[in-house]
Design a protein around this ligand. Structure first.
Ligand code: GRF
Length: 193
């Protein structure tokens, strides 16, 4: 049996991390079993840490405020991921800008709540809601040295209807994220050529 390991990084609520735990962790697809090798969080107060415990999973906390520079933080982050044996790292609501040291050493994918390359950065949901576009969406992309800039792997759009509020727009985004990210992980690691 083939086992492939992933690292999952989060910073806050951890709803996407929870979906990965439920839909991907210790599940077998096409003869390949996927396993979370390590869960990492940069925020000791993140709600996701308790969520993970419900599934018997401990989170490794690497508190970014304890490091002098982004590079120092990334050094420990990369080391922790390498030691876990993960071949793919998933940024599931991980709210840190990563340095080239990370992007050169780690194969990672990121979840972003807009149709990239539009609305990069931390205010994607508000900006895409406020824009005159008639669709919103979600992107999963490879991580490179440019913020929200790597190759796009998967995207899903939805119609922005006139009666949508920012809240319902955001809810639609999260519900799409919760299926698109697990599906993409499974596809990358288990799809037969
Ligand atoms: C998601 O909307 C993701 O796109 C963004 O941060 C949010 C994380 O939510 N990068 P959660 O912590 O997974 O609930």
């Amino acid at each position: 049996m083939v086992i492939k390991k992933i690292a999952v990084l989060f910073s806050g609520t951890g709803s996407n991390m929870e979906k990965i735990v439920k839909e991907v962790h210790k599940k077998t697809f096409n003869g390949t079993t996927l396993e979370i090798a390590v869960l990492i969080c940069n925020n000791p107060n993140a709600k996701g840490i308790e969520k993970a415990k419900k599934y018997g999973l401990e989170t490794t906390i690497i508190d970014h405020t304890r490091f002098e520079s982004r590079e120092d933080f990334d050094l420990v982050l990369v080391d922790t991921i390498k030691q876990s044996g993960a071949e793919l790292t998933v940024l599931a609501g991980f709210m840190r800008i990563l340095t080239p040291y990370f992007t050169k050493n780690i194969k990672a994918i990121n979840l972003h709540p807009s149709l990239l390359p539009l609305f990069k950065g931390a205010h994607a949901i508000e900006e895409s809601f406020a824009s005159d576009m008639k669709v919103g969406g979600v992107t999963v992309h490879y991580v490179n040295e440019e913020l929200d800039g790597g190759n796009i792997i998967a995207q899903k759009a939805f119609e922005k209807t006139d009666n949508m509020t920012l809240e319902s727009f955001e809810e639609t985004i999260h519900s799409i994220e919760h299926t698109l990210l697990p599906q993409t992980i499974i596809k990358i690691l288990t799809q037969k050529e």
